[in-house]
Design a protein around this ligand. Structure first.
Ligand code: GDP
Length: 431
């Protein structure tokens, strides 16, 4: 069976921790979209890791970790992540990279940062990891699949063509030095040797594993609000972040996808631009930002301070529904322990009308949050794993959110470590 673990919000919901937890009883963990532009933080017996490209199953020797065809494959980043695991004494993970994954090329990173510089104040807040140029090329059919790196004639021909096109932009729009196809070819010859041991037919592997009754986790990157179709376009990412895309980005027949766990945080956070209705500012925000996550709300990839706000039930209900969530995990409940009272955004007011429906992007700028205020619990719940030890106000907060979002919150997390988790009874099977 297949279980997808995906974000209901803007990303950084804590999917890495939850995938690492569920991986305990899985056979395969798959990354199916995105690239090294976001990070999953995992804290376990080996230490603290920010994984950008590797699936969160890499800490278990029995798991096959997969980079699906939907991922933007940054070969250097992947190899350096593998090296950093080795330096922390993590046993060498079993990894397969789809032979159909496209390669994130050096010029994707260049073009991403040239374009962000050109847009200056009007930039999208890209992490400059090359993700938007990468996916544009894939759709424009000038991308390079990793299997194509091993056909010299084909690779040279593709690079010639790409350089001709890219250089028109690089020289005339960005006023930078042109790309040289021969230098690029030499670079890619080096990269293809680094990745060679990992390449395989991922879809065939997964179809066989599923026929044999294996359990597969699909690990989403970012969340619904960053989906290019259903999120806050254009302040989105460039690949679909919804569980439905997991089947395409991994190569899995959709009928296997039964279980969709949407992860959401007990408050809101977002990196990058875009309207964020329940955002808070000033000292109130600074305090939440510093107390948030395991080391404050700062980007795992960029270190950028994340924007923070109250729990947004409008965005999360929509986010969970669009994911097709069968269950929800609420993370970072412990973070709110310092508050006397806690606000939850339960509706938006747009042009004098109150709505619980998440609107199209351009209406968000006029949306005002409608809040319900609940009492805080004012005691430290960090690391609690027994539901009976939770203060009643904390449980009431979870119950309230569950009612608002309309999907059962089957587990909630009280700390960043693997087993700092509370299961609602009856305890859900890990798989
Ligand atoms: P992801 O991309 O969805 O995996 O999320 P990130 O790793 O970018 O951000 C989540 C942050 O919250 C990380 O710093 C995690 O270590 C941390 N975290 C996850 N669950 C909890 C929790 O229950 N409590 C606290 N305090 N931190 C958590």
């Amino acid at each position: 069976m297949v279980k997808a673990i995906v974000g209901a919000n803007w990303g950084d919901e804590g999917k890495g921790k939850i995938t690492d937890l569920f991986a305990e009883s899985a056979d395969v963990v798959v990354r199916f979209q995105g690239g090294a532009n976001a990070g999953h933080t995992i804290i376990n017996d080996y230490g603290r890791f920010a994984l950008h490209t590797l699936p969160s199953g890499v800490f278990y020797p029995n798991i096959t970790n997969i980079i699906g065809n939907g991922v933007a494959l940054d070969i250097h980043k992947l190899i350096s992540e593998l090296q950093s695991l080795e330096e922390s004494n993590v046993p060498k993970p079993h990894l397969i990279v789809s032979d159909r994954a496209h390669v994130l090329m050096p010029y994707h990173i260049l073009l991403d940062s040239y374009e962000e510089d050109r847009l200056a104040g009007k930039a999208y807040g890209s992490t400059k990891s090359g993700i938007a140029p990468f996916y544009s090329d894939k759709v424009s059919k000038i991308g390079i699949q990793v299997n194509e790196l091993y056909d010299d004639a084909l690779l040279k021909e593709r690079l010639e063509k790409v350089c001709e096109l890219k250089n028109a932009l690089i020289v005339h729009l960005y006023h930078k030095d042109p790309l040289d196809p021969n230098t690029l070819y030499e670079e890619m010859v080096l990269q293809r040797e680094l990745i060679r041991p990992y390449i395989g037919n991922v879809s065939a592997f997964l179809r066989k594993a599923l026929q044999e009754g294996k359990t597969v986790l699909l690990e989403g990157q970012l969340g619904t609000m960053k989906d290019p179709d259903f999120g806050i376009y254009p302040m989105t990412t460039s690949s679909n972040t919804l569980a439905a895309y997991g089947c395409i980005g991994a190569g899995i027949p959709p009928r296997y996808l039964k279980d969709i766990l949407a992860v959401t945080k007990a408050y809101s956070s977002s990196v990058g631009g875009g309207d964020f209705v329940s955002e808070i500012f000033g000292e109130e925000a600074d305090e939440l930002r510093i107390r948030g996550g395991d080391k404050g709300e700062f980007g795992a990839t960029t270190g950028r301070p994340r924007r923070v706000g109250w729990f947004d039930a409008v965005a999360t209900r929509y986010g969970a529904e669009m994911q097709g969530a069968t269950e929800v995990c609420l993370t970072c409940l412990d973070v709110l322990s310092y508050l006397d009272e806690i606000k939850i955004c339960t509706a938006y007011e747009i042009d004098g009308e109150t709505t619980k429906e998440f609107p199209v992007t351009h209406l968000l700028k006029d949306a005002k949050p409608v809040y319900t205020t609940l009492p805080g619990w004012k005691c430290d719940i960090h690391g609690i794993t027994d539901i009976n030890l939770l203060p009643k106000e904390a449980l009431a907060y979870v119950d309230f959110i569950e009612k608002e979002i309309g999907v059962p919150i089957k587990l909630f997390s009280t700390g960043p470590k693997r087993h700092e988790i509370i299961y609602r009874t009856p305890k859900i099977d890990l798989i």
